[in-house]
Every structure is written in structure tokens, then in C-alpha cells.
Design a protein around this ligand. Structure first.
Ligand code: NA7
Length: 545
């Protein structure tokens, strides 16, 4: 392909996860466009293609972690557990690809290395790693928010004599931990899922914790036939609830303050939410994310739970030494995470007290001079979130403006959907959209449908290109900032929502914290008012130049 001619299509979609699959379906089958999907992996599935680490599971409940655009699909597919595991989600997305005959427009093993806008031709020129070239009027990124692995630059890693892995780039053949001394760095959602499973087979697991984290039991279990029947006969209600909610989950915040109830009532509410399990815990009171005093009550309850579960008081103290308000970092949910520290073959290293100094051929050396001997290191160290996947593509807009340059001080978008200077480029779940604060498929469906309706509008009106007015971008960036500041979210100074996990990354709160329901309403209103805040350029190429 390196020397072949440029292949022309109406639209190029980068990525074949939830977002890319649905965007292809909408543009091809509803608008009749020619579409090429370019996918870096050798299979569809995105996040669920790459994240095959032990214990990988979604934190959204199965009946809500699905496409809702097609009733027959909802009726035909059967989830087996309360939370879908990685392998099951991957099977689901493969089923979707087959069912809607999507594969014929998807090229696998096609990592996009550059995308450049050509103003004269009003085309995006896109190049893949193997040199294939494409040209398209519309470019839609469906690259995910948590897909650029963050592998820490720890000195000595290249000298390590054992094996090391990042959870987001997990080998397809799996990793055998039997008889191995394993070190796991990172205690976010991923590490908290992986540790209990690794500990079951490893000779020894050492967890290296930099930031202590709250976690709530998931209470995963097989779904009962009753529940499956109920979910299938209430799809309209479930969809309505997800659309009306703050986070796109099928439940609403309780309309009560944690400060309006007695201590005994509050304790009972938290006990019940702990027993019920899952992300719903944070919906127990409406003000957990807006009032520090309310949040303190949840934080105290959750710290006390850790001390109840973990038998060794020193280990419990390190695990419970949490310095951010509850849910201001993405709250993990777990299956036996804290219980795992009661095993004889598991130990915890507090990196706040003894930071990693370097990696040696034999293991990890901490600042107290201890060398922790290891055969395998697992980096559960997260991602260069939201902006990372887009910046790694190499995107150049009008007048040679690179995305790196445009986002030097942090991401700037309008509605998380478009950037000024990048005409006809749409970002699904881009920075400035609610994305990572929500149940993703719900957010993705809204974005894809909005983009599809926008492109339909452009074509119906004979509009050549659309991009946001820089004034609207500035207003949206300010609004995203205000929405975050109306909550406690920015108080977790070390969160990836702020880019704080990647050295040198601008500290900007990236997702829109104003809530999914409000965001939907804003996007719908913008479209209804003739794409208010966007510049729709109807000039033909001849009159433009
Ligand atoms: P996260 O949530 O970013 O967690 C990464 C963890 O790794 C976190 O505990 C980090 O500590 C730790 N980390 C990162 N870099 C280092 C270095 N250099 N040294 C020690 N520890 C480090 O990623 P996950 O994969 O767990 O979850 C991502 C999302 O996927 C999750 O929120 C869900 O939405 C699904 P830190 O907190 O930065 O101090």
C-alpha cells in the first residue's frame, strides 16, 4: 500500500470499539456514505480488545453496558453476570460487527500515523503505519479516552531481567503467574481488579501503592433468569433512566443530603449501599460530590470498612491513608481487593513513605534501600487519558496547525465534539465531553447520533465544512471549568481527570462534569438553533479560493 494511490471515501473513522462500530453503522446504513474504519488492533473491540489483564471487567452493570439503538439486539443478547467480563464484552462487540455486517468496512492492523487537513481540496488525508493513504471529507476519531498506555519512566526498567507488562497492552496468550514473584505498580480501578486474581496463582504478590484509594465491593454474581426477563421487558424505561441520569447509569441520585439525616440513618444507608455494591454507592446522597462535609461522612465510612476488612493494622493504615475526597478520583469497585491483603502471599509497599528509586535486574529498589525481588512486574499505571490518544495520532488542521500546538495549554474543544481550526473533524468522547464520568455506551450513542445528524444536515444544506467559532470554544472551555469547580472533583490534585498522572501534561480538568442529562440538552439545543457556535461554510471550493 505504501506506493498505492489514495483511497477516497466520504468518511474515515479511527477505531473499532463501541464508538467506531456504531459510527460506521450510522454513516453507512442511515446516511448512505462510503466509510472506511481504520483500527490499530487485529480485531474489533477497542478497550476490550486490549485490556485482557486478569480480572478485567466493566464497572457498569451488564444490562446498561450495551447499545440501546436496536431493540432486537437488546432482546437477542444475553449477559451472564451482573458486571460483564472482558471476554464477554469482546464477544458482544464481535457479535455486533457480524450482525450489522460491519467488518467489510473495517481495516484491521491499520494504525493511523498522520491525519492532515487539505483546505484547497476540503479533504482529510490519512496515513496508516503501513503506508496506506486515504482521503475523506469527514474524519471521526473513535479512539477512546483510556487507550494510550502510561508506562512510567522508571530508571532501570530496560535492565530488568524478568518480564514486565502494562495492563492495557496485555498479551493475548495470557501470563502465567504460577510460582512467580509478582510486583504490581498502581492501585486504580485496574490494579484493584487485577490484584485479587494475580494473588490466586502467584507465589507472592507485592502491591506498590502510590495513592491509596477507596473501593466498594462490586458484588458480582450470575444474573438470575428473573432479572434478565425484567431487563428485556423494560428496555424503554432503562434507556429513559440512563438518559435522565447524571452519569448515564440506570439509577438516579437520591434526592437527600448526607447532612439531613441522623448519624444512625446515614450509617444504615451506607451499610445498605455497601451491601448492594457497585457505583451506585455514590448516588446514596445527592451532595457527595458537591459538599465536602457530606463527602467526609462517606469517606469516613469507607476508611472504616478498610480497617474492618484488613487484619494487619499497619497494612490497613496504609490502605486507608486516602488523601482525596471520595469519588474525586474515579471510584473503583472490586471483588475481594482489601481481603486480598489478608493472604500470606500478598504484601503492600507504601510508595509515599518509600518511593521507587529504580528498577534493578532483580526487582524494584525503594528509597529505604530495600530491593523487592521480582520475576514479573505488572504496570497497572493507567493511561495518558482523553488527550493522549488524539495527540498520538499526529493531527494537523488548517494552515498547518498541529493539535499539539492548539492544545499546548490543555485541550480546547466545543462540546467535546470539535476543535477550532480542524474543519470536519469530529471527536467521539473527546475532552470537554462527559465521557469518562459516565457509563460510556450511553455517552457514545449520544455523540455518534449527534455527529450523524450534523453530517446529514451539512449534506442536506450543501455545507462544505463545519468547525467551531473560537469564541464558542473559549466559552465551552470556561463552562467545563466552571462545571468542575462546582464539584469537589478538582480537589484530587493527583487525578488523571486533571492530567496529573502524566509528567509535563497541562493541569486542566478534562471531562465535562455538568452531567449527562444536561450535556444532552445543550447539544440538542445547539443543533436545534442551526448549530449555534459553529461556523458552517457553504462556499464551493472555487469561490473559497
Ligand atoms: P488509573 O486510575 O490512572 O490508576 C493508575 C494507578 O497507577 C494509580 O494508582 C497511580 O497512582 C499509579 N501510578 C501511575 N504512575 C505511577 C508511578 N510512576 N509510580 C507508581 N504508581 C504509579 O488507571 P487504571 O488503569 O487503574 O484505571 C483507568 C480507568 O479505566 C478507570 O478509572 C476506569 O475508568 C477504567 P496515582 O494515583 O497517580 O498517584
Amino acid at each position: 500500500p505504501a506506493t498505492g494511490p489514495e483511497t477516497h471515501v466520504d468518511a474515515i473513522v479511527i477505531g473499532a470499539g463501541f464508538a467506531g462500530l456504531y459510527q460506521l453503522l450510522c454513516l453507512r446504513d442511515r446516511l448512505g456514505l462510503s466509510v472506511q474504519v481504520l483500527e490499530a488492533g487485529d480485531g474489533v473491540g477497542g478497550t476490550w480488545y486490549w485490556n485482557r489483564y486478569p480480572g478485567a471487567r466493566c464497572d457498569s452493570e451488564s444490562h446498561s453496558y450495551a447499545f440501546y439503538f436496536d431493540e432486537a439486539l437488546l432482546q437477542d443478547w444475553n449477559w451472564s453476570e451482573r458486571y460483564p467480563g472482558q471476554a464477554e464484552i469482546l464477544r458482544y462487540l464481535n457479535h455486533v460487527a457480524d450482525r450489522f455486517d460491519l467488518r467489510r468496512n473495517i481495516r484491521l492492523n491499520a494504525r493511523v500515523m498522520a491525519a492532515e487537513y487539505d483546505e484547497a481540496a476540503n479533504l482529510w488525508h490519512v496515513r496508516t503505519e503501513d503506508g496506506a493513504r486515504y482521503g475523506a471529507t469527514y474524519l471521526i476519531t473513535a479512539v477512546g479516552c483510556l487507550s494510550a498506555a502510561n508506562i512510567p519512566q522508571i530508571p532501570g526498567l530496560s535492565d530488568f531481567a524478568g518480564q514486565w507488562y502494562h495492563t492495557g497492552l496485555w498479551p493475548h496468550e495470557g501470563v502465567d503467574f504460577t510460582g512467580k514473584r509478582v510486583g504490581m505498580v498502581g492501585t486504580g480501578s485496574t490494579g484493584i481488579q487485577a490484584a485479587p486474581v494475580i494473588a490466586q496463582t502467584a507465589e507472592h504478590l507485592t502491591v506498590f501503592q502510590r495513592t491509596a484509594n477507596y473501593s466498594i465491593p462490586a458484588r458480582n454474581a450470575p444474573l438470575t433468569e428473573d432479572f434478565k426477563r425484567w431487563a428485556k421487558s423494560h428496555t424503554a424505561e432503562i434507556r429513559g433512566l440512563m438518559h435522565a441520569s447524571t452519569n448515564g447509569h440506570p439509577f438516579l441520585m437520591e434526592d437527600r443530603s448526607a447532612l439531613d439525616v441522623s448519624d444512625a440513618e446515614r450509617e444504615k444507608i451506607y451499610e445498605d449501599a455497601w451491601a448492594y455494591g457497585g457505583l451506585r454507592f455514590r448516588a446514596a446522597f445527592r451532595d457527595l460530590l458537591t459538599s465536602k462535609a457530606s463527602n467526609d461522612t462517606a469517606a469516613a465510612f469507607l476508611r472504616a470498612q478498610i480497617r474492618k476488612v484488613v487484619k494487619d493494622p499497619r497494612t490497613a493504615a496504609i490502605l486507608a491513608n486516602i488523601d482525596h475526597p471520595f469519588a474525586t478520583k474515579r471510584p473503583p469497585i472490586d471483588s475481594d481487593y482489601f481481603e486480598t491483603f489478608n493472604r500470606d502471599n500478598v504484601s503492600l509497599v507504601d510508595l509515599r513513605a518509600t518511593p521507587i528509586e529504580r528498577i534493578t535486574p532483580a526487582g524494584i529498589l525503594t528509597a529505604d534501600g530495600t530491593e523487592h525481588p521480582l520475576d514479573i512486574i505488572v504496570f497497572a499505571t493507567g493511561f495518558d487519558a482523553m488527550t493522549g490518544p488524539l495527540l498520538r495520532i499526529g493531527i494537523t488542521g488548517r494552515d498547518g496547525l498541529s493539535l499539539q500546538e492548539a492544545w499546548r495549554e490543555g485541550p480546547k474543544t466545543y462540546l467535546g465534539l470539535q476543535m477550532a481550526g480542524f474543519p470536519n473533524l469530529f471527536t467521539i468522547t473527546g475532552p470537554g465531553s462527559p465521557s469518562v464520568l459516565t457509563n460510556m455506551p450511553v455517552c457514545i450513542e449520544q455523540h455518534v447520533e449527534w455527529i450523524t445528524a450534523c453530517i446529514a444536515h451539512l449534506r442536506a444544506q450543501g455545507v462544505a465544512r463545519i468547525e467551531p467559532d473560537p469564541v464558542a470554544v473559549d466559552r465551552w472551555v470556561a463552562h467545563v471549568n466552571d462545571a468542575a469547580n462546582a464539584t469537589l472533583l478538582p480537589q484530587a490534585g493527583h487525578s488523571w481527570y486533571l492530567g496529573a498522572n502524566v509528567p509535563g501534561k497541562p493541569r486542566v480538568f478534562m471531562p465535562y462534569a455538568g452531567g449527562m442529562a444536561r450535556y444532552r440538552a445543550i447539544c440538542a439545543d445547539v443543533a436545534a438553533r442551526g448549530y449555534d457556535g459553529f461556523v458552517l461554510d457553504s462556499r464551493t471550493l472555487e469561490t473559497a479560493h
